[in-house]
Design a protein around this ligand. Structure first.
Ligand SMILES: NC(=O)C1=CN([C@@H]2O[C@H](COP(=O)(O)OP(=O)(O)OC[C@H]3O[C@@H](n4cnc5c(N)ncnc54)[C@H](OP(=O)(O)O)[C@@H]3O)[C@@H](O)[C@H]2O)C=CC1
Ligand SMILES: N[C@@H](CC=O)C(=O)O
Length: 422
């Protein structure tokens, strides 16, 4: 490392990369006095060097050739370009060269993290990734440093800002899904391919990383139960709200006697549940330690500056720390047996259809005889005679859903339910 300067290379100069440069510039004085050195961006890898950027940068710093970054005298590289290919090869080459790496790339970590952690340990370089989970919330450092003695049974949270923003706007402003998704993209919340957000992949990658830190192991991604929000309808959101519930994309890790279970799925929460209060692009992580009790961390989960905050804090922290090996990452077999229900076997089911047989009385009669308890019911008929109903049930099984469909012509969607049923 040159005297008086830390030379930083950037892989990517989009939303987060731009935020990193802005943050280093605005906080340079503070960073210099903390580190005793100035931070200088010496190389920034992009795809298109002609593109207009949100930050001004000397043209000699920009490159489209990774070899230029690799051959330069950078001390640390910040990887904020995303994806796995060619990113994995680049990060690997940098670690092998002895460069410290800070990354915000949860997909890379969830897919190749076990190898990268091992490689960084073998080359005695830091691999830091606070920004990869829950944006600006410093949850990973807390787990790694301040929750190592507690037994943590389960972790749940809202880990994707884009989907939380979409669900909030669909509910509170009745905006259509596509329009809010576009807003999330414009605000820099969404992934380059937003299917990663709306289909639950992004939250699944973050959950995988959380599980590695909480349990010292995770499941192969193929074993994680994952469902996104892309098929949710405004009718489902509205009827949930009328029943006193709110839909959130909840990521959850549970420790069962047979092993850990990971799931990401739209879940119904009573509106007074702490996670139901998390709106817009905010994220939250809720966990419980046997010594400390319940904890809830919340903050901005996506966007230029919250994410840059996590990246730059990581960068500054590792520059003040000697290398210590990172705990190994492992993958384990999925637990067998049925997944534990969130709240007994309560669910909120949304029914919609226009067949003459589908009257509320007939549907309730059928459910009662099938052994399904209905705790709360909200029925709407629109002018065209379409039945829309929301039911809080217990004992609803896949076979009941199929019969409601075949015998009553109803579309049925049941959501797991968190929290108390009034
Ligand atoms: N946006 C957010 O709120 C958050 C994002 N993240 C993660 O941070 C990373 C970056 O996200 P974000 O800034 O939003 O993404 P952007 O799409 O805004 O930026 C990506 C940058 O990487 C460059 N890039 C992409 N692929 C290549 C390639 N093959 N070769 C060279 N350069 C490339 C692009 O170049 P060019 O500009 O020329 O196209 C662009 O500058 C991702 O891993 C994302 O998951 C993490 C937390 C929050
Ligand atoms: N697309 C992600 C960005 C941050 O990780 C999200 O919306 O949460």
């Amino acid at each position: 490392m040159s005297a008086g300067v830390v030379k930083v290379g950037l892989l990517g100069l989009g939303t987060v990369g731009g935020g990193v440069i802005k943050t280093i510039r605005s906080q340079q004085e503070k960073l210099s006095s903390r580190l005793g050195k100035r931070i200088e961006i010496v190389k920034a890898l992009v795809r298109d060097s002609e593109k207009e950027r949100a930050v001004e940068l000397d043209r000699s710093v920009l490159t489209t050739d990774f070899e230029e970054v690799l051959k330069s005298d950078v001390d640390i590289v910040v990887e904020v370009m995303g994806g796995v290919e060619p990113t994995y090869d680049y990060v690997r080459a940098l670690i092998e060269k002895g460069c410290h790496v800070v990354t915000a790339n949860k997909e890379l970590l969830a897919k190749r993290g076990t190898e990268l952690v091992d490689l960084a340990n073998r080359h005695q370089v830091h691999l830091a990734y606070e920004a990869s989970v829950a944006g600006g919330i410093p949850i990973l450092s807390v787990l790694r440093q301040f929750l190592r003695t507690n037994d943590i049974n389960g972790v749940r949270g809202i880990l994707n800002g884009t989907t939380n923003f979409i669900l909030t706007k669909m509910e509170t402003e009745q905006l259509p899904y596509q329009e809010v998704l576009r807003q999330a993209q414009e605000l820099g919340y969404a992934e380059a391919d937003p299917r990663s957000d709306v289909e639950g992949f992004d939250a699944m990658y973050k959950l995988y990383i959380l599980a590695q830190l909480v349990y010292g192991e995770s499941l192969p991604l193929a074993e994680v139960k994952r469902r996104g929000i892309a098929d949710l309808t405004s009718g489902q959101i509205r009827i949930a709200s009328e029943l006193g519930y709110r839909i959130k994309l909840i990521a959850q890790a549970q420790q069962a006697p047979e092993g850990i279970r990971l799931s990401v799925e739209p879940t119904m929460l009573p509106t007074n549940h702490p996670l139901a209060q998390i709106q817009d692009a905010f994220n939250a992580v809720q966990l419980s330690g046997n010594i400390v009790g319940d904890l809830l961390f919340t903050g901005r989960g996506a966007g230029e500056l919250p994410t840059a905050s996590a990246v730059v804090e990581d960068l500054a922290y590792l520059l003040t720390q000697p290398f210590t090996p990172h705990p190994e990452w492992k993958e384990t077999e999925a637990a067998t047996g049925s997944v534990t229900q969130q709240n007994g076997d309560h669910s909120l089911c949304y029914l919609e259809g226009s067949a003459p047989a589908a009257t509320p009385d007939r549907v309730l009669h059928f459910l009662r005889h099938a052994g399904v308890d209905v705790h709360k019911l909200k029925v709407q008929f629109d002018l065209g005679g379409v039945l829309r109903a929301g039911l809080i049930t217990s004992g609803m099984r896949a076979e009941h859903e199929e019969l409601l469909q075949s015998d009553f012509g109803l579309q049925v969607r049941c959501f797991p339910l968190l929290g108390s049923v009034e």
